[in-house]
Each structure stands twice: as structure tokens, then as C-alpha cells.
Design a protein around this ligand. Structure first.
Ligand SMILES: Nc1ncnc2c1ncn2[C@@H]1O[C@H](COP(=O)(O)OP(=O)(O)O)[C@@H](O)[C@H]1O
Ligand SMILES: [Mg+2]
Length: 363
């Protein structure tokens, strides 16, 4: 909303901003000193506080903090922006702070320079969904871990007994059966080991550079798929170093990129398969309810067929696989490692474009 539209909402001078009460969006007008000059009815509802209490208060007491608000007012006065969208924290008495989307509009040349439109975020809903999903997968993982332990111990016994039996057997034909038992026991053993893996190896945390991770993964992929697949690098060199477990992140990214390459087999045959590795710095990112000022946005984008509809909601679950020979652990492991870095991984997929987005907090 711009200044002219805002004025057109005002029916009469004595009730200057009355029109704002017709809006379903919460609106705050902030003066040069960073104090609330006016709020509409929707804002009273959202802030759960009366207009009388709000007017005259420093806006930074209820939205963001004083410094953040002052910054906004100063920028507005300096005409540093016309409109700016940001996520700020809304504070209400007796409740948890809640991130909200704040669209700030400058009224050039007015005594009240700043109009803030505050909306509850779609993102909030997304966070809730994400939390439910994390809850679900961690319950799943717990179950699998216990199951894996239960399988592991008797499995050793089965294998050992088959070996003893084999030594006793007279004919080669009979030995074929014991060979099957031993081979299958080994296969199960390997699966169980993979299930238990993320919880086994100790984490090694150090100062690290994400582009070293990307490059390592890229080189591995180039050697696995030497022809028909181009891997495009779109790196933002300003991404700062951060503390993390490099090997874990290599494994996580490798799993995501390898899936993309595997999904691209037809295009690889045709020679126009592409995977983009992209890094960016993201600001004001909410991950599992925590608001981070800075985060790394690491994206893997492929031009393959997309994720099958029936798998879309479940690909991060253990043992969910859409391909022959898949064990369905790649994305589970990637998600585990990323969550151990307080990050998240999400996907957006349609035929021709699948985008895995990894967010890792930098601050
Ligand atoms: N980029 C992608 N494009 C299409 N499908 C994908 C992509 N990434 C993952 N998938 C689907 O998600 C499934 C699960 O992946 P993952 O957990 O790594 O297990 P696996 O690779 O062993 O099947 C894959 O089998 C595949 O069907
Ligand atoms: Mg995989």
C-alpha cells in the first residue's frame, strides 16, 4: 500500500486513519522517533493489546527490537528503500515470541514516515508441518535403530552356525544352501550397519567452507558420470565459513546429488542432463522455530523427471525408495546429518525441475 492509497482510505480529517480499520491486515504507523502513532483494529487483535496501550509506545517493544526498529526508521527517513519486506518477532505479554512478516512502506515527506503491515506467516504453518515431520521421522528412526540392534545380534549367530554347518556338509549341492544363508546374512548385516551408522561415528566439528564440500561432491559425481551430465556451479563467494562436520555434510550432499544423477539417467543418455549446485546467503530464516539472522541456502536443482507423486510426502522416511536396488536410506541419512547441524532440508519437485534446498544456520 502506498501513501496515496493510504490517504484515500481516510474518509475525513478528524478520523484520519479510520479507513485502516476496514483492513484485515494489521497496520502500524510509526513516527520518526520509532513510536507507534496509530494502529488499526486488526493490529489490536494481532497484538492482543488495546490501541490506547499501543499508541505512544516504542514500536521496537512489540515488534523486533529497539535497534532493529530504529534502523528501519532511519532507513525510511533516508529514503533508503520504498518498500521492504522482513521477518520480525512479535512480542505479546504471556506468550512466546512469534515471527511475523512485516512489509514496511515509506511515506515520503510525511511526519509519520513508516507504515508497517504485519501478517502472520505462511512460514509459521510450514514450520509446524516441518516439526511434525521431524517428529515423525525421529520416531521412525528410533524404531529402526532398536530394530536394527535386535536383528544384528542373532544375525551373527545365524551366520556362524551356517559356516559350521557348511564344514560338516558332504556335498557341494548342499553347500549352496549354506552359501545362500551366509550371503543373505551379510547383506542384512550391511543394511543394519547403514541404519546404525549416523549414530555411531563421532562428529568432527571444525571451521569449514561449504564450497570445499560442493567441490568434493562435484568431483565424485564427475568421475561416476563422466559423460552426458553437466554440473553447473553457481557459488556465492560471500558465504562465510562456519562450524560443521565436513565429512557429514559431504555425505549428505552426495546423497542428494547422486539421487539427482540417478533420476537423470534418460537425459544423461540424451546428453542434456544438468545439475545445478547453488549457494546463497539467506537472511531471517526460521528453522524449526528458531529464527536465524543468516543462513546458508545450498540448493541442488536437476532437470530430471521429478519425484513420483506417490513418494513425495515420504522420500525422507527410511526405507522409502523409488528405484530398483535402492535402500531408501540416502535422504534419511542426509536429513539426519543436516538436522545435526540445526538445519533443514526440503524439496520442491515437478517434471523437469527438482529442487532440494538445504538451509544451515550461519548465526
Ligand atoms: N532428484 C530426484 N528426482 C527424482 N526422484 C528423486 C530425486 N531424489 C530422490 N528421489 C526419489 O526419492 C527416493 C529416495 O531416495 P533415497 O532416500 O536416496 O533412497 P534410494 O536412493 O536408495 O532410493 C529415490 O528412490 C527416488 O525415487
Ligand atoms: Mg539415494
Amino acid at each position: 500500500m502506498n501513501a496515496a492509497e493510504l490517504r484515500s482510505l481516510a474518509p475525513a480529517p478528524q478520523y484520519e486513519y479510520g479507513g485502516l480499520d476496514l483492513l484485515s491486515t494489521a497496520v502500524l504507523l510509526v513516527d520518526c522517533a520509532g513510536r507507534i502513532a496509530h494502529v488499526n483494529q486488526s493490529a489490536e487483535l494481532l497484538f492482543d493489546t488495546s490501541r490506547k496501550t499501543l499508541i505512544g509506545q516504542l514500536a521496537g517493544r512489540v515488534l523486533g527490537d529497539d535497534a532493529e526498529m530504529q534502523h528501519l526508521v532511519t532507513d525510511a527517513q533516508a529514503n533508503a528503500f520504498g518498500q521492504r519486506d522482513q521477518i520480525m518477532e512479535l512480542r505479546r505479554i504471556g506468550r512466546d515470541p512469534m515471527p511475523v512478516r512485516v512489509a514496511a512502506t515509506v511515506q515520503f515527506g510525511e511526519t509519520i514516515p513508516l507504515v508497517l503491515e504485519v501478517t502472520e506467516i505462511e512460514q509459521q504453518l510450514k514450520v509446524d508441518r516441518e516439526e511434525r515431520r521431524i517428529g515423525l521421522t525421529s520416531a521412525n528412526r528410533e524404531l529402526l535403530r532398536n530394530l536394527a540392534h535386535e536383528i544384528k545380534n542373532p544375525l551373527g549367530g545365524v551366520r556362524g552356525a551356517a559356516q559350521l554347518l557348511e564344514a560338516e556338509l558332504a556335498s557341494n549341492e548342499q553347500r549352496e544352501y549354506t552359501q545362500v544363508i551366509i550371503a543373505e546374512a551379510d547383506r542384512l548385516q550391511a543394511l543394519v550397519d547403514r541404519l546404525l551408522m549416523p549414530h555411531r561415528s563421532p562428529r568432527v566439528v571444525s571451521e569449514m567452507n561449504i564450497h570445499e564440500v560442493c567441490e568434493r561432491v562435484r568431483l565424485i559425481m564427475v568421475s561416476e558420470f563422466p559423460r552426458g551430465l553437466s554440473i553447473t556451479r553457481d557459488y556465492d563467494a560471500s558465504v562465510p565459513e562456519f562450524r560443521g562436520d565436513k565429512e557429514q555434510l559431504i555425505q549428505a550432499l552426495l546423497n542428494v546429488v547422486r539421487n539427482a544423477a540417478q533420476a537423470l539417467d534418460e537425459r544423461i543418455a540424451g546428453g542434456d542432463a544438468e545439475i545445478v549446485l547453488r549457494t546463497r546467503v539467506a537472511r531471517q530464516v526460521t528453522i524449526a522455530r528458531a529464527l536465524h539472522r543468516l543462513a546458508l541456502d545450498l540448493s541442488v536443482i536437476d532437470n530430471g523427471p521429478g519425484i513420483a507423486d506417490e513418494l513425495k510426502d515420504r522420500i525422507f522416511f527410511p526405507l522409502v525408495s523409488g528405484r530398483d536396488g535402492g535402500n531408501g536410506l540416502g535422504l534419511t541419512l542426509a536429513q539426519t546429518f543436516i538436522q545435526q547441524h540445526d538445519g533443514m532440508i526440503e524439496v520442491d519437485s515437478r517434471p523437469g525441475r527438482t529442487h532440494f534446498r538445504i538451509l544451515l544456520p550461519l548465526s
